[in-house]
Design a protein around this ligand. Structure first.
Ligand code: G1P
Length: 271
């Protein structure tokens, strides 16, 4: 079983400026609900019991969102509003399952993952990137099923327009298992169009083995001076860890760019 999830939340969100100049992008409302709550709900529905948030001291607002008990208690005492009581109950439920670790320097997703090392107990864990919303079908739940069935690490995959290829991690596909799952031979972070091994991109859902921590701790910084999770995954594949690319069924929404963020609200309002 996969019981723990981690969510890197220390990113600065420059693609969403000016909204993110004073506000954590993951708390921005998407159709009236903070983006991060969609991600937490996906985890809960997929059977996750504990979520580790990787924040920074610039993103303390995220912790405060879940630790504002005094405020809620005061309001609820004054007016017994059913809606507010229910919202507070929901926040309490989330709070119980969230732990916080800190990444105060933006040294990449690999570095963020490494910060959770002491808290991860099982052989495998789930990672979700909060910019990537997947609606209509629970991607994490389906990936956990593939993980159990094929005893592999799993990453979400989607066909993308070749014109956008250098924005993604891109798979070199191996043996087809079925319509939704392929083994992968390699994965390359943000390749040039001429070097891209396919048009299948990594989307922000990963089931990773705990052995990745050791790999990351030995990695040298890659592109942009950052430690990339993709580079750690490449090393694991070289060491014969099986990785599956899972073509998810739901609809992908990119909440990390302004255009995508606006579109996400519209798409979710139609559900
Ligand atoms: C990250 C990953 C990349 C993946 C993408 C999906 O990139 O490094 O491999 O394709 O998420 O959203 P980022 O969006 O942080 O540039």
């Amino acid at each position: 079983m996969i019981r723990q999830a981690i969510i890197p939340l220390a990113g600065l969100g420059t693609r969403l400026l000016p909204l993110t100049s004073v506000f954590a992008k993951e708390l921005l409302p998407i159709n009236g609900k903070p983006g991060i709550e969609y991600i937490i709900d996906e985890c809960i529905e997929a059977g996750i019991k504990e979520i580790v948030f990787i924040i920074s001291d610039k993103k303390l607002m995220i912790k405060n969102y879940f630790y504002n008990d005094r405020f809620y208690k005061k309001i609820i005492k004054k007016k017994k509003d059913k809606r507010i009581i229910n919202e507070y109950k929901k926040i309490l439920k989330y709070k119980k399952m969230i732990k916080f670790v800190y990444q105060n320097k933006p040294l990449g997703t690999g570095d963020a993952v490494l910060k959770t090392k002491k808290l991860i107990k099982d052989k495998y864990f789930l990672m979700l990137l909060p910019d990537d919303l997947i609606i209509k079908q629970n991607c994490s739940r389906d990936m956990i099923k593939s993980h159990i069935k094929y005893k592999s690490s799993v990453m979400a995959s989607m066909s993308v327009n070749k014109k956008t290829i250098s924005r993604w991690g891109v798979y070199n596909l191996g043996k087809k298992i079925n319509k939704s799952n392929y083994f992968i031979n390699d994965v390359v972070e943000k390749p040039k169009l001429k070097d891209a091994p396919s048009n299948k991109a990594v989307i922000g859902r990963y089931i990773l083995p705990r052995s990745i921590f050791h790999i990351i701790s030995k990695l040298k910084p890659g592109a942009g001076g950052e430690i990339h999770i993709t580079d750690a995954i490449r090393e694991l594949i070289k060491m014969n860890e099986k990785f599956i690319a899972h073509n998810f069924k739901g609809k992908y929404l990119d909440c990390g760019s302004m255009h995508g963020y606006i579109k996400s609200g519209l798409e979710i309002s139609k559900l």
